[in-house]
Design a protein around this ligand. Structure first.
Ligand SMILES: C[S@@+](CC[C@H](N)C(=O)[O-])C[C@H]1O[C@@H](n2cnc3c(N)ncnc32)[C@H](O)[C@@H]1O
Length: 169
């Protein structure tokens, strides 16, 4: 079951002001993707994008980037950013993403995946990612417990041939 916090207007404004942006981790994810398949950077989805601080960092690398979040207040803040023209936002839960199967090159979640219904989210990420696409879960700590049936944290990399990252800020 997902946990819903961060959704109020005041919280969203404070978050935009104080959040430290994860530039270095995004560079690591992108180096990995570019080494693996240099020309496969069409669509990236930043799930639980909040006010979009991670979302905009993907703009130089992808043709199109969509930030998604359940919170209208967070998305409202995201729209106050100076967003590059290839960045847009959608209101939707992480567990039901508005993308066709196999359409997405990168599914990323920055300090957000621990709030999702993980089993449903991982299934959904698996559905929308193209074969060989990348799932990057970025967080402050490596101690996030990911569960997917009885699959262990270390073997999640193997889901459907996609790559799963657990990066720590
Ligand atoms: C800690 S904030 C991180 C925001 C942003 N990724 C960042 O790094 O600044 C977590 C975000 O996840 C969103 N969220 C929580 N549960 C969600 C769900 N089930 N589906 C989509 N978004 C969710 C919250 O609304 C919030 O904006």
């Amino acid at each position: 079951m997902s946990v819903r916090l961060f959704e109020g207007r005041d919280h969203a404004a404070a978050y935009l002001q104080y959040r430290v942006t994860p530039d270095e981790l995004i560079s690591t994810v992108m180096s990995y993707m570019k080494n693996k398949e240099p020309n496969q950077c069409n669509l990236a989805v930043d799930v639980g994008c909040g006010s979009g601080q991670g979302t905009v960092l993907l703009a130089p690398y992808f043709t199109k980037i969509v930030g998604t979040d359940v919170s209208p207040a967070q998305l409202e803040m995201a729209l106050t950013n100076e967003n590059p023209p290839n960045v847009s936002y959608r209101e939707c839960p992480a567990e039901k993403l508005p993308f066709a199967s196999g359409e997405v090159d990168l599914v990323m979640a920055v300090t957000a995946a621990h709030w999702f219904d993980r089993e449903k989210f991982l299934l959904e990420a698996d559905r929308v990612l193209r074969p060989g696409g990348c799932l990057a879960l970025l967080s402050y700590s490596m101690n996030i417990e990911l569960e997917y049936g009885d699959v262990s944290n270390t073997t999640l990399n193997d889901i459907s041939g996609n790559d799963a990252f657990y990066f720590s800020e």
